[in-house]
Ligand binder design. Structure first.
Ligand code: G4P
Length: 535
């Protein structure tokens, strides 16, 4: 195993030491527990349990949050930074909805790698697969952590085969489990020839390591009972024969995933995984814009990938999460907000250290900073030191479910408009205002999102709302020459609406509507995605 030798010695050391990643998993696989242990080993918290305790305290604040809790979903996302040895880790939280949302997709545009956590008894579950597929679209490197090895788990080869077959990615073991369930002792670290022994007595203790001279080292017998030792030797021999070796290039291209086995709750395997992130998770990668933006460029450039509103209900503030693509940012810097062409003094940027906010005095390419604002910053927006850059690959998807939304009190329609616009800008839903009639059509990707929105409108704006079935089932953006689009809109007024950016949208009832447009209106194009690039 490479001992943290820089992958790109040409990068400024502050950038080279950054690792920006997200965790993808199915609910209950152990993402929260693993995050907690990351923070514990990163020295960001003193005792595991704090993340959850804070979460709990936050959750009791409202019924809406209670709904989150009851359903086991987490709607508020965050980014956290902490140090691990000489590295700075930036962990971007993927929202835990069981409905896939574009928010999740966009989160993954801000990271350079993903940690896939699977439950050793359950293998690859549906949500993991969906998230994995998104990572694959972007060729993100994936490191795998097979959790809950302290319980009855599947056979090691079976787990590896399942990942290879289900996800079509090669797997290489970084560690090999010894025993399982009640007999689980720990792992043999294949990269460092170490025996890692789990401490069941103290869940927050880092495992004891025994350095070995390979699998025939007589020291092994002192720690591992004969039947498990024999099994370990056989399995590792087979694994070395059948599975590919660890190759950094394949990992970083997203073709090969190293797998570590462990038990997050017992703090076991976590340190090795973190060492793996340091060694194999790439340093900040170039970001896609009209041109490729390299992290080592001297000037600061970044893009908004998430907007979170009402983080503090007392103040209507919003925080725009910005991934720095290049340069060295310092607090107070004036940056060009490319969409509005205005300069913006960034005087209160925040870094999220563990569960607390802290003023960011400086940040480097790869970091995520939060910029409080009153709504100027939207998803896809670029901030630069003067260049009119447009970042690409931050899409908005046509919603799959549409409903009409009405205020319980018709006098409050205008307020409702404001609330919905805010959610649209946050990326939580699509909001369309039909050309004919009043009211709004709201589009989402998963059905649970209507409930979440209704609770949020009520909680954050004091407005009871109703969602009702709509005659429309889908929406498409209309692209083409301005004049052709206008003619099209005039001829199809009963189908036309505007999205929250004022762009024309064609609301459809059946696939037939879309086919008809393709046949009758060759000069316009209906599209299911729209690029958000802040212009
Ligand atoms: P999530 O964020 O992916 O949804 O998972 P989370 O960490 O909340 O873990 C889900 C459940 O699995 C929790 O139990 C947690 O304690 C348990 N867990 C996590 N890692 C391990 C592990 O390595 N071994 C075992 N045996 N269990 C693990 P819970 O009962 O739902 O919650 P709690 O009562 O522990 O808080």
């Amino acid at each position: 195993m490479r001992d943290h030798a820089p992958n790109r010695p040409d990068l400024p050391p502050e950038i080279a030491r950054r690792r920006t990643f997200a965790i993808i998993s199915h609910p209950d696989a152990g993402k929260t527990t693993l995050t907690e242990k990351f923070l514990l080993f990163g020295g960001a918290i003193q005792m595991a349990g704090q993340v959850r305790a804070k979460g709990e305290a936050r959750r009791t604040r409202s019924d809406f949050m209670k709904m989150e809790q009851d359903r086991g979903i987490s709607v508020s996302a965050s980014a956290m930074s902490f140090d691990f040895r000489e590295f700075r880790f930036n962990l971007v939280d993927t929202p835990g909805h069981s409905d896939f949302s574009e928010d999740t997709y966009r989160t993954l545009t801000a990271v350079d790698a993903a940690i896939m956590v699977i439950d050793g008894a359950k293998g690859v579950e549906s949500q993991t697969r969906k998230l994995f597929e998104v990572c694959r679209l972007r060729d993100l490197p994936i490191l795998t952590f097979c959790n809950k090895m302290d319980r009855e788990a599947r056979e090691t080869f079976e787990i590896i085969d399942e990942i290879q077959e289900n996800l079509a990615i090669d797997v290489t073991p970084a560690s090999w489990p010894i025993g399982q369930g009640a007999e689980f002792l720990g792992c043999y670290d294949l990269l460092r020839n170490r025996l890692e022994l789990m401490d069941r007595a103290d869940r927050n203790r880092v495992a004891e390591s025994v350095v070995l001279e390979g699998l025939n080292d007589p020291k092994l017998a002192a720690h591992v009972p004969a039947h498990l030792l024999e099994q370990l030797r056989e399995e590792v021999e087979m694994a070395r024969e059948l599975l590919p070796p660890l190759d950094l290039k394949s990992v970083q291209e997203g073709h090969l995933t190293p797998i570590w086995f462990g038990s997050a709750i017992n703090s076991f395997g976590v340190k090795e995984l973190m060492e793996g992130i340091a060694a194999y998770g790439p340093e900040p990668q170039p970001q896609r814009a009209d041109r490729e933006v390299a992290p080592e460029e001297g000037k600061v450039a970044g893009f908004v990938f998430k907007v979170q509103a009402n983080m503090d209900p007392k103040h209507r503030d919003r925080v725009a999460f910005v991934r720095l693509a290049s340069g060295h940012f310092t607090r107070g810097m004036k940056l060009l907000h490319v969409r509005s062409k205005k300069q913006m003094a960034v005087s209160n940027p925040v870094l999220f250290l563990a569960a607390d906010r802290e003023l960011a005095e400086e940040a480097w390419a790869g970091d995520i900073i939060g910029i409080p604002n009153h709504g100027q910053l939207r998803i896809g927006d670029a901030l630069t030191e003067g260049e009119a850059l447009r970042f690409t690959g931050i899409p908005s998807f046509a919603p799959e479910l549409l409903q009409a939304c009405r205020a319980g009190d018709p006098m409050k329609a205008k307020h409702l408009g404001k609330a919905l616009t805010q959610f649209a800008e946050e990326g939580a839903a699509k909001v369309f205002r039909p050309m004919i009639g009043s009211g709004f059509i709201v589009g989402v990707v998963g059905p649970l999102q209507f409930e979440v929105l209704a609770s949020r409108v009520e909680l954050e704006y004091g407005l009871p709302v109703r969602f009702e079935p709509s005659q429309f089932t889908s929406a498409r953006w209309v692209a083409g020459e301005k004049e052709a689009v206008e003619r099209f809109a005039a001829a199809n007024r009963q189908h036309m609406a505007e999205d929250s950016d004022g762009d024309p949208v064609f609301l459809t009832r059946l696939q037939w509507d879309i086919d008809r447009v393709a046949r009758d209106w060759p000069e316009v194009r209906l599209t299911a995605t729209k690029e958000l690039h802040g212009t």
